[in-house]
Design a binder for this molecule. Structure first.
Ligand code: HEM
Length: 351
């Protein structure tokens, strides 16, 4: 009897390890959780310490930094291309319409972090890795999950055209089938879509991003009193005012965004339709009821998004200034340090 219950316990424990293991993110070749272990062991602490100070002054910058990582990764991969200023070859990604509402302060913060890190370690950490770490800390320091970020991205040498930027970033007027199709083109699935949209639990949106739901006719999937309030903020078309994306807890990273959707208080069509649509509705409901399930999935989906078409090894470069590519002579190569991988990936915020 004793040996039978021992076997049962063993079976249970080992099968739950399997489940946890299956939920560990895939780390793409050339990336590693310990990439800077010898070349810049304090990189994560430098980033976290600085962001702690920044957010004490303005927690809104957490949303701004998270969005920069998303806009970097969806357009030609997580290569820091969104950080580049325009050049003789054309206007930058920042000049394309979806990026006009990225907050300029976020780009300043990324360059501050780069300066602090390079001062300590030399020019070995890429801007795209700094963006990924800043996004991770933005989530954790706003109350969300803490997870390990695979590192080793290198910075791209080019930025995308206006058209490529426009076609790579989904529009807030999109409905779920279009969003599913857009994400499946870059190997993200329906669960990734619903989880990543949960990034809208922090931050703000401009009237122009949702005004088509108010004028000329009101979107019937929108709660009436929510619409009434939005009309006060945006009394007519083309107003430049802003409003929180998550009315319940605008600055806290939690699962209230999904509660908003169930109450028909999602701000964009692309948000609210996740609840209207039959495929995504059960996932919305699950995340609204179970914050831990949302946090675990969000962390996994962020790591997946954070490794889209990354440049590794000798591709790209480590920029000396995140806003400009290096002049030909200043190129440095980076060191891969992936021995002694420590495999704990996910935990509640320890920051
Ligand atoms: C699924 C498709 C998505 C669409 C259509 C979309 C669209 C938008 C739009 C239109 C805004 C507001 C822009 C403005 O009016 O100022 C916004 C803000 C924001 N988005 Fe998304 N987004 C999407 C996915 C994501 C993802 C995947 C993340 C991160 C994981 C994210 C994080 C944010 C954040 C944090 C803000 C607030 C930024 C701030 O306060 O400065 N979004 N998004």
């Amino acid at each position: 009897m004793a040996s039978l219950s021992f076997a049962l316990v063993f079976l249970l424990v080992s099968s739950s390890c399997l489940v946890l293991d299956a939920r560990k993110p895939h780390v793409v070749k050339g990336m590693s959780l310990t990439f800077y272990k010898s070349s810049c062991p304090n990189v994560e602490k430098i980033v976290t310490d600085h962001l702690r100070k920044v957010f004490r002054e303005d927690i809104g910058q957490a949303a701004a930094l998270l969005r920069v990582h998303f806009h970097d990764c969806f357009v030609q991969g997580c290569d820091g291309s969104v950080l580049l200023d325009g050049s003789a070859s054309g206007p930058s990604e920042q000049d394309a319409p979806p990026n006009l509402t990225l907050r300029p302060e976020a780009f300043v913060i990324i360059n501050e972090l780069r300066e602090l890190v390079h001062k300590k370690c030399g020019q070995v950490v890429s801007c795209s890795d700094i963006v990924a770490l800043a996004a991770r800390d933005s989530i954790a320091l706003s109350g969300g999950p803490h997870y390990r970020v695979p590192l080793g991205r290198r910075d791209g040498l080019t930025f995308a055209t206006r058209n490529a930027t426009l076609s790579s970033l989904p529009s807030p007027t999109s409905q779920t089938p279009a969003l599913i199709a857009a994400l499946s083109r870059i190997n993200l699935d329906v669960t990734d879509l619903v989880a990543l949209s949960g990034g809208h639990t922090i931050g703000i949106g401009h009237c122009t991003s949702f005004e088509e739901r108010l004028y000329p006719t009101q979107d019937t999937t929108m709660d009436k009193s929510f619409a009434k309030d939005l009309k006060v903020t945006c009394p007519k078309l083309n107003y430049s005012n802003t409003t929180p994306l998550d009315i319940r807890s605008p600055n806290k990273f939690d699962n209230k965004y999904y509660v908003d959707l169930i109450n028909r208080q999602g701000l964009f069509t692309s948000d609210q339709d996740l609840y209207t649509n039959e495929t995504t509705r059960p996932i919305v409901t699950e995340f609204a009821m179970n914050e831990t399930a949302f946090f675990e999935q969000f962390a996994l989906s962020m790591v997946r998004m954070g490794q889209l078409s990354v440049l590794t090894g000798t591709k790209g470069e480590i920029r000396a200034n995140c806003s400009a590519r290096n002049s030909p002579r200043s190129a440095l190569s980076s060191v891969v340090d992936d021995e002694g991988e420590d495999d704990a990936f996910y935990g509640e915020s320890e920051l």
